[in-house]
Design a binder for this molecule. Structure first.
Ligand SMILES: NC(=O)C1=CN([C@@H]2O[C@H](COP(=O)(O)OP(=O)(O)OC[C@H]3O[C@@H](n4cnc5c(N)ncnc54)[C@H](O)[C@@H]3O)[C@@H](O)[C@H]2O)C=CC1
Ligand SMILES: Nc1nc(=O)c2c([nH]1)NC[C@@H]1CN(c3ccc(C(=O)N[C@@H](CCC(=O)O)C(=O)O)cc3)CN21
Length: 289
């Protein structure tokens, strides 16, 4: 039988992260993305507030579910958070968002981490019902594991107390085994939320290694070779086929719970959407799932 239900089940309901610059590209790729797909919009430096709101609005108008990212350390003031959430509510009407600390070594304003932003209560005040938080299957280069796990438990507690649903979306990786081992740790910590495992879309070796370095993601030659990349052929391209197939082989719904995939389209949105379509076809999955 071509493909297993596990493979199709894992790739079904995939989400895809875009930047404010990707709005036009999303329109071009829209026919390849199932209606209702979750489309997080990153919160990068150098983008205007208006561009982030306008992108989220385009996402919704194209029939997808926008999930604006909010980077706590990049906010300069309480007013900036309030204005952003109010503009989202007015112009997008989203009830999901994703909260992350953000890379600045020092916070630019009153929110040093995701927890402090959640604690402000402003998400609920602006109609946000479901909140995504980060996950690190391979740990974080600068933040200790104890701190990360404590933050995860604290964010879970505070979100549930505030009446929010939550989900965990992970940093991308190239290696299936640590991803599922980490999912088991999350479940053993009593957290049964949906987990979206971050995986790169198809891209050149050069781009993948560049993003891995920039985001603090491990990309050893041996892991990359297994992923299907040759570090000596920087312009060659590779997709996450083997990674997803290995995840599906090892995936045990009874043990791992609700696990979905989150694609980071470093090589382009259209190439990513085409990769999902072709992967589903190769594995005999129903169209759009
Ligand atoms: N933009 C994105 O999509 C992603 C960004 N990241 C980066 O991961 C880091 C952690 O974010 P969260 O998991 O939301 O953390 P968090 O807000 O849950 O904080 C966890 C702990 O780490 C500390 N911390 C957070 N950011 C830090 C930083 N930049 N430098 C030093 N200590 C920091 C916090 O004070 C707290 O004790 C940030 O640097 C974030 O930008 C990670 C994944 C995806
Ligand atoms: N620690 C950390 N910080 C981040 O900012 C971060 C992560 N992790 N993990 C993954 C997400 C995804 N991120 C990004 C960042 C930029 C583009 C991007 O599309 N950039 C432009 C220009 C890229 C360039 O050439 O510099 C692009 O058109 O590709 C995409 C995703 C940032 N993210």
């Amino acid at each position: 039988m071509p493909g297993t239900n596990k493979t199709c089940g894992l790739i079904d309901r995939w989400s895809v992260e875009i930047t404010a610059k990707d709005a036009d590209r999303l329109e071009e790729a829209a026919a390849l993305v199932p209606p209702g797909t979750k489309v997080p919009v990153t919160f990068l430096p150098g983008e205007t507030f208006e561009a982030r709101v306008a992108t989220a609005r385009r996402v919704r108008e194209l029939g997808f579910v926008p999930i604006p990212h909010i980077s706590a350390r990049r906010l300069h003031s309480e007013a900036e958070l309030r204005d952003f959430l109010a503009a989202l509510r007015r112009e997008v009407g989203n009830d999901h968002c994703f909260v992350v600390a953000g890379d600045p070594p020092e916070p630019l304003g009153p929110y040093p981490d995701a927890l402090s932003l959640i604690r402000s209560g402003m998400l609920a005040e602006h109609g946000i019902k479901r909140v995504g938080i980060s996950g690190y299957p391979e740990g974080h280069a600068d933040i200790g594991n104890d701190k990360i796990w404590q933050a995860t438990r604290d964010k879970r507690d505070l979100l549930l107390q505030g009446g929010h649903d939550f989900a965990i979306v992970t940093q991308f990786g190239f290696n299936a085994a640590p991803m599922l081992a980490w999912v088991e740790q999350v479940r053993d910590a009593g957290i049964d939320a949906t987990i979206r495992l971050g995986i790169p879309g198809p891209a050149s070796v050069k781009r993948l290694l560049g993003f891995a370095a920039r985001c603090g993601v491990a990309a050893s030659a041996s892991v990359m070779a297994k992923y299907g990349l040759s570090v000596t052929r920087l312009l060659s391209n590779a997709g996450p086929d083997r990674l997803v197939e290995e995840l599906a082989e090892r995936f045990d719904p009874a043990r791992h719970g609700d696990v979905l995939l989150h694609l980071y389209p470093f090589g382009g949105l259209r190439a990513t959407a085409e990769w999902v379509r072709d992967f589903q076809a190769r594995h005999g999955c129903a169209i759009g799932g």
